[in-house]
Ligand binder design. Structure first.
Ligand code: IVH
Length: 673
């Protein structure tokens, strides 16, 4: 048994170690120990703390999930007010912003600006005392906010204790940042809420705000909250010197262990700002989080001081906003679409409206629960949202504008395509037509999927042509495609000799596809591209796959009981087997997966960043896996090779810091050969 002082030392040691590894994992994306090793450290700490509760520090990593708050939220006065920002809506307004500053400062030459993406989240003020997180508050009215410390402590990317590696940490310092939820996490969160029949959040910002407003931090700890810090408020700088510029301050905050945005840049003059804005506007659809603009800040703190504030916004900063991604339209009608595997999706036809620069005339209503939740009716005025490339969504119905009593939308009883009776799933939220290949819509959808780029990649066969082929009874399933001839195509609308020849050629070429593409193209429920790839690598040949057994399937990476059931159902379904036989006798090959024989790649862990001219990322991933490599998404000390394409993210820099081998597109063919 250890003495008490030994226990205390061990608790301290474990606490520091867990903080450090948690930071490497959550913020740097660069773990140096396995999850198992991390869990061991954490559970040793938990067990020692439970035996010696007198040694539990408030900032121990075990205290992230705090205790229940007794009542609402306490008010907290900020040491220094939290300001808001002036907006600029075009380049001209940015030029005017620079002019005003230069006039005031009486400078002629170029000024440096710090450029930072404006995260669409919830502002937070973090007070650290002697390096430990002491208070956390919302912005409130700018002077007084609400105490959200217990909830903020659940954010795993937030250090409870700052690490003092490069610069002395002031005794007291206010750090400002933005709490947000990544787009994918937001969608998953809403999916979970929808399944539980709870109220959904309208957008990631709302979800972050709602999660922080929870009275029970245990609930907050289940929410995927993240944080970026972007500045400091008051600080007591006795014995410590802070940097002289915003950009250097961000670096120091990052060295202290706080998450800063890797997209932040230092540029010269307002031209530099305008270029940064243009580039980021293009790239932001690749960001995992939503931003609503870019914040430009005069970099030098002494110049910021000289410029001061007007009312509640600083003269030294401006937010250049992106064009609105929301719009208002009216629902003309609601129709029901039949998907590839028979699910019925209600779709709203809208009065065309421009949202985020694109004309929108349709929005998916997902399912009938969504119609009920939003209380959507024909004729309603609705608020639409489109984020990046995401399909437009109806966020809200302006019920107060509904003129007369309009009937509720009734779910159909029979399939709009084949008139067969529909089956209710998930308590009636999802309707499904189970006529499979006897339903014309499902026939068209399966053929569309079969020929699509990531499946058999048959060029020149769009929806219109497929519909004609099905309507004219020239094809009923995917195997009939290989029996088509040029003369039959020439009878269809829109075909000429050349286009018919090209299509026949394209169909012919597709016969030499790979096994993984072939499996994917069959359209088995729950078998997406990566599952198909895993199946192809596991079974090696089509014959082995066709004889798959339930117990083997369950052993394959990422294949669970649901996908297993759908795969078995498909393989035991006689008509599906007949279609496969017909495809094979028409000459479709589905080439077996290559042996894991490339010594340069076999067993190597590879990360891909950026885009490539000679390959789609999926195709590249497929090749690498077939050659025996492991393809992962984030850089860590276990990564062997980083493949860098055009417009790479921050991974390239990270790889360089870690001394990982970097391979560019020019060298790719040598690596793959
Ligand atoms: S600086 C005095 N930097 O935008 C400077 N704000 O509209 C005030 N925001 O309340 C803020 N990202 O919540 C700054 N990189 C960033 C930001 C940012 C998001 C939010 C912040 C602020 C609001 C102002």
């Amino acid at each position: 048994m250890k003495s008490k002082s030994e226990v205390r030392l061990r608790i301290n040691e474990l606490s520091l170690s867990v903080h450090k590894h948690s930071h490497r994992y959550h913020v740097l994306d660069d773990p140096i120990i396995s999850d198992k090793e991390f869990d061991l450290l954490f559970s040793e700490l938990l067990s020692l703390e439970s035996k010696f509760p007198e040694f539990i520090s408030e900032n121990s990593p075990t205290q992230r999930v705090g205790s229940k708050l007794a009542e609402g939220f306490q008010k907290i006065q900020h040491e220094e007010p939290m300001l808001s920002l002036e907006n600029a809506f075009d380049d001209k307004e940015l030029v005017e912003f620079e002019r005003r500053i230069k006039d005031r400062l009486l400078v002629e030459g170029e000024l440096d600006f710090c450029c930072e993406p404006k995260i669409d989240g919830v502002a937070v003020n973090l007070l650290y005392q002697n390096g430990g997180l002491f208070k956390a508050a919302t912005r409130g009215d700018g002077k007084v906010g609400e105490d959200i410390l217990h909830n903020v402590k659940t954010i795993t990317t937030l250090p409870l204790v700052l690490s003092e590696e490069s610069l002395t940490i002031p005794e007291l310092i206010e750090i400002r940042g933005e709490i947000y939820i990544e787009t994918k996490d937001f969608e998953n969160l809403n999916k979970g809420l929808r399944e539980k029949g709870e109220k959904l959040f309208a957008n990631p910002r709302n979800a972050a705000a709602g999660s922080l407003r929870q009275l029970d931090p245990k609930i907050t700890s289940t929410r995927p909250l993240k944080l970026f810090v972007h500045g400091v408020g008051a600080s007591n700088t006795k014995n410590s010197v802070l940097p002289e510029t915003q950009f250097d301050m961000l670096k120091v905050l990052s060295n202290w262990g706080l998450p800063t945005n890797s997209e932040n840049r230092l540029v010269s003059g307002i031209r530099g700002c305008i270029n940064y804005f243009k580039e980021t506007q293009e790239r932001r659809k690749l960001f995992p989080y939503e931003i609503d603009g870019i914040v430009f800040k005069v970099d030098k703190f002494n110049l910021q001081m000289e410029l001061g504030n007007i009312a509640r916004a600083p003269r030294w900063a401006v937010a250049r906003k992106f064009p609105s991604e929301t719009g208002i339209s009216c629902i003309k009608s609601i129709s029901f679409q039949v998907g590839r595997v028979g699910s019925i999706t209600p779709v709203a036809e809208l009065e065309p409206v421009k949202v985020g620069g694109v004309v929108i005339s349709h929005a998916s209503l997902h399912n009938f629960d969504e119609i009920k939740r939003l209380d959507i009716r024909v004729g309603d005025e609705v608020l639409l949202k489109r984020a990046g490339d995401v399909i437009p969504q109806i966020v809200k119905v302006h019920v107060h504008k509904r003129e007369k009593k309009v009937a509720k939308v009734q779910p159909p009883k029979v399939c709009p395509s084949c008139q067969n009776k529909l089956i209710k799933e998930e308590g009636g939220a999802i309707l499904r037509c189970v006529a499979h290949q006897e339903c014309p819509s499902q026939q068209v959808e399966s053929i569309k999927h079969f020929v699509s780029r990531d499946a058999m990649n048959i060029d020149g066969l769009g929806e219109k042509i497929i519909t004609q082929l099905v309507e004219k009874n020239l094809i009923t399933d995917i195997s009939d495609l290989y029996l088509l001839n040029q003369d039959q195509l020439l009878e269809l609308e829109g075909f000429a000799q050349k286009s018919a020849f090209k299509l026949i050629n394209s169909i012919e070429k597709s016969k030499g596809t790979s096994l993984s593409r072939f499996i994917y193209s069959l359209g088995i429920r729950e078998v997406g591209e990566s599952t198909a790839l895993n199946l192809a690598v596991y079974y090696g040949t089509l014959n082995h796959f066709l004889n798959a057994r339930e117990e083997d399937l369950l052993e394959i990476k990422d294949i669970g009981p649901i996908a297993t059931k759908f795969i078995c159902d498909f393989l035991n379904h006689k008509p599906s087997r007949q279609i496969i036989s017909k495809l094979l006798s028409s000459g479709v090959k589905a080439a077996p997966s290559l042996e894991r024989s490339n010594p340069k790649l076999s067993g190597k862990t590879i990360v891909i960043t950026g885009s490539f001219n000679s390959f789609s990322r999926n195709k590249l991933k497929e090749e690498l896996i077939q050659l025996g490599a492991n393809v992962t998404t984030s850089i860590s000390s276990k990564t062997d090779i980083l493949l860098v394409g055009e417009n790479p993210g921050s991974k390239a820099q990270k790889a360089e810091n870690l001394g990982i081998q970097v391979v560019y597109e020019e060298e790719l063919s040598r690596l793959l050969s």
